[in-house]
Ligand binder design. Structure first.
Ligand SMILES: [Zn+2]
Length: 198
């Protein structure tokens, strides 16, 4: 589920739909959580879907670290990729704003966290665009991302967190409160980042 102060919009550059903020959202706010209405499919259940449903599910879903295929019921399935994303994962089932988000600003994530089947070419236009998405992420890189997430969590103290009650992760609130460590970002990947996959 996307943060309530977001909306779907049509990009004018041919990318299609995206999600943007409709109000200021402070750094450290959860922008997306997996909730009880999101669809969770095993690998076998995904493969058994008939076309054209299979194509829709593959285009709009992502694979989590457990190998499950998730299709968000709301605008979350239309969040676009950026190599300089608005949000990153804090645990498997939540994403946090890395910086303050202004009204009208697009909400993006990094598909490197989505366990892509095969690398995609990227032309997102962000400063430092990596040119491709997917595959193992070098350890120094994901540790840098981890520090960004930890800093955002530290900055979240006192912020309103409307998505916490909706998150399937029962530990989301205690992580944000600093009562639990931030889960390693590398855990969101099936093949450990920084190592060759099987
Ligand atoms: Zn890029």
């Amino acid at each position: 589920m996307m943060h309530p102060d977001t909306e779907l919009f049509a990009r004018t550059d041919g990318v299609g739909l995206g999600v943007r903020a409709t109000a200021p959202i402070p750094r450290g706010t959860l922008l997306w959580v997996r909730d009880a209405m999101d669809v969770v499919l095993s690998a076998d259940a995904l493969a058994a879907l008939p076309e054209p449903l299979l194509g829709v599910a593959r285009r709009l879903g992502y694979r989590n670290a457990r190998g499950e295929w998730i299709v968000c019921w709301d605008a979350g399935k239309h969040v676009n990729h950026s190599c300089s994303p608005t949000m990153r994962g804090v645990g498997h089932d939540a994403m946090i704003a890395l910086a303050d988000v202004a009204p009208g600003e697009e909400i993006t994530c990094d598909y490197a966290e989505c366990n892509l089947d095969e690398p995609l070419a990227c032309c997102c236009g962000a400063p430092g665009c990596r040119g491709s998405i997917g595959g193992p992420v070098p350890e120094p890189v994901w540790r840098g991302w981890q520090r960004e997430v930890e800093a955002a969590v530290a900055a979240s103290a006192g912020s309103a967190q409307p998505l916490v009650p909706c998150c399937v992760d029962p530990h989301a609130a205690s992580v944000l409160a600093g009562e639990r460590p931030v889960p390693p970002l590398a855990d969101v990947a099936i093949a450990p980042w920084g190592q060759e996959g099987p």
